[in-house]
Write a protein that binds this ligand. Structure first.
Ligand code: HEM
Ligand SMILES: *[C@@H]1O[C@H](CO)[C@@H](O)[C@H](O)[C@H]1NC(C)=O
Ligand SMILES: *[C@@H]1O[C@H](CO)[C@@H](O)[C@H](O)[C@H]1NC(C)=O
Ligand SMILES: *[C@@H]1O[C@H](CO)[C@@H](O)[C@H](O)[C@H]1NC(C)=O
Length: 347
C-alpha cells in the first residue's frame, strides 16, 4: 500500500520535473562492455590505479570494495555516497555507518582523474565503484568476473536515507535477512556478501558493546570463543582508543574463506558476523562456505552482480568530479523525493 503510494508519488515527481539535456533517467539497461566504444581503456585504467593503490595501502582494497555496499543499498548504485556535503545538502558521508569509517575516497578521485584525462565526461562514478570493487576482490586473491556497466550518477545524496537503511554492526541475522530481502537478495546472498569481511578492518568502536555490555554491564556476547575474546579485549580495552582497528578475519589482506572458518570457531569480529553462525537459516551457508571456497566465490560473485543491478530510476548524469553534482547543487525539485528504498529495480 505505502509502496504503491510512494511509487505513484515518485512517478509524478519525475514526470513533472524538467530535465536538462545533460541528465537522463537512471534506468538504462546495464551491460558488459558498455564503454568499449566510448572509452576502451576504462576497465584497464581502473584496475591499474587499484593495483598501485594496493601497493601503498593494502587495506584500500577493502575500503573501496565496501563502497559498493554503501552505495547500492542507499537509493541504488548511483555514486551518491561519494558526494560531499553542500550548503543545502547533508550527504551520506555524515551518516553514522560512514563517518570516521568509510575511507579511501581519494582512490576513487585518482581513478576519476585518469578517466577524465582519457575520455572526459564518459565514465560514471557509480560505474567506477562497481569496477573498482571487482578489482579489489580479484587483486586480493578472490574471484574475477565481468561487470555490467552504464550506471548514471545521482544529482543528490541523503544522510537521512543512509541513516535509515545501513545496518548496525549489532544487527542480528533476522534483521539482516529482512533488510536484504527488501532488495530481492536471498539468505544465501546475505551470507556470501558478508564474506566481503574476509578483507579489511573494523574499529574497536564497533565492538565495545559486544565485548563489555551485551549481556549486562561488563559481560560479553556469549557467542564469542573465550580465547578470541581475551585477544579482542587486549586489542580493544574498555575505555581505550575506539578508533584503533582490528582485522575483520584472521587473514585480512587475503580474500578467502577464512572468514567463514572463523565464524564456525566463534571468532567473528562483529555481532552481525557471528550472528550468521548462530541463526539456523544462515548457519548452513556459513558451514558450506567454510568447507568449500569455490562455492563461496561463486555465491559472492552472484551477490555482487545482483547488488550492482540496484537502480533508483531517478534522474542522473555522468559527474565530472565524483564529489559534486555537475550543477554544483541539487535541483530544488529533487529536495523532497521519498527514499527509493523498496522502489529499486533489478535489470
Ligand atoms: C550484512 C551487513 C553488514 C554490516 C552490519 C556491516 C558492517 C560493517 C562494519 C561495522 C564494518 C567496520 C566499520 C568500522 O568499524 O569502522 C564493516 C567493514 C567492512 N565492510 Fe561491512 N557490513 C555488512 C555488509 C557488508 C557488505 C555486503 C560488504 C561488501 C560487499 C561489506 C564490506 C565491508 C568491508 C570490505 C569492510 C572493511 C573496510 C575497511 O577495511 O576499510 N560489508 N562492515
Ligand atoms: C533481532 O533484533 C530485533 C531488533 O532489535 C529484535 O526485535 C529481535 O527480537 C531480535 N531477534 C532475535 C532472534 O534475537
Ligand atoms: C551498557 O548498556 C546499558 C543499556 O544499554 C547502558 O545504559 C549503559 O550505559 C552501558 N554501559 C556502558 C559501560 O557502556
Ligand atoms: C528476484 O530474484 C529472483 C532470483 O534471483 C529472480 O528470479 C527475480 O526475477 C527477482 N525479482 C525481481 C523483481 O527482480
Amino acid at each position: 500500500m505505502s509502496f504503491l503510494f510512494s511509487s505513484l508519488a515518485f512517478l509524478l515527481l519525475i514526470t513533472t520535473t524538467p530535465s536538462s539535456p545533460a541528465t537522463a533517467t537512471a534506468t538504462t539497461p546495464l551491460r558488459h562492455g558498455y564503454y568499449s566504444a566510448t572509452c576502451p581503456p576504462a576497465e584497464f585504467i581502473v584496475r591499474d590505479v587499484m593495483r598501485k593503490s594496493l601497493l601503498s595501502d593494502p587495506r584500500s582494497a577493502a575500503s573501496v570494495m565496501r563502497f559498493q555496499f554503501h552505495d547500492c543499498f542507499v537509493n541504488g548504485c548511483d555514486g551518491s555516497m561519494l558526494l560531499d556535503d553542500t550548503d543545502t545538502m547533508l550527504g551520506e558521508k555524515l551518516s553514522l555507518s560512514n563517518i570516521d569509517s568509510l575511507r579511501s575516497y581519494d582512490v576513487v578521485d585518482d581513478i576519476k582523474a585518469e578517466l577524465e584525462e582519457a575520455c572526459p565526461g564518459v565514465v560514471s562514478c557509480a560505474d567506477i565503484i562497481v569496477m573498482a570493487s571487482r578489482d579489489a576482490v580479484s587483486l586480493t586473491g578472490g574471484p574475477n568476473w565481468e561487470v555490467k556497466l552504464g550506471r548514471l550518477d545521482s544529482l543528490t545524496a541523503s544522510q537521512a536515507d543512509a541513516d535509515a537503511i545501513m545496518p548496525s554492526p549489532r544487527a542480528n541475522a533476522t534483521m539482516l535477512i529482512d533488510l536484504f530481502a527488501g532488495y530481492n537478495l536471498s539468505v544465501k546472498d546475505l551470507v556470501a556478501l558478508s564474506g566481503s569481511h574476509s578483507i579489511g578492518k573494523g574499529r574497536c568502536f564497533s565492538i565495545q558493546f559486544r565485548l563489555y555490555n551485551q549481556s549486562g554491564p561488563g559481560r560479553p556476547d556469549p557467542a564469542i570463543e573465550p580465547r578470541f575474546r581475551e585477544k579482542l579485549m587486549e586489542l580493544c580495552p574498555m575505555g581505550g582508543d575506539e578508533s584503533a582497528t582490528v582485522g575483520l578475519d584472521s587473514t585480512p589482506v587475503v580474500f578467502d574463506n577464512a572468514y567463514f572458518k572463523d565464524l564456525v570457531g566463534g571468532r567473528g569480529f562483529l555481532n552481525s558476523d557471528q550472528t550468521l553462525f548462530t541463526h539456523p537459516l544462515t548457519r548452513k551457508y556459513v558451514e558450506v562456505f567454510s568447507r568449500d571456497e569455490e562455492e563461496f566465490f561463486g555465491a559472492f560473485v552472484e551477490g555482487m552482480v545482483k547488488m550492482g543491478d540496484l537502480q533508483s530510476g531517478r534522474p542522473g548524469e555522468v559527474r565530472r568530479n565524483c564529489r559534486v553534482a555537475n550543477g554544483g547543487r541539487r535541483p530544488a525539485e529533487e529536495e523532497h523525493l521519498p527514499p527509493a528504498f523498496g522502489l529499486a529495480r533489478w535489470i
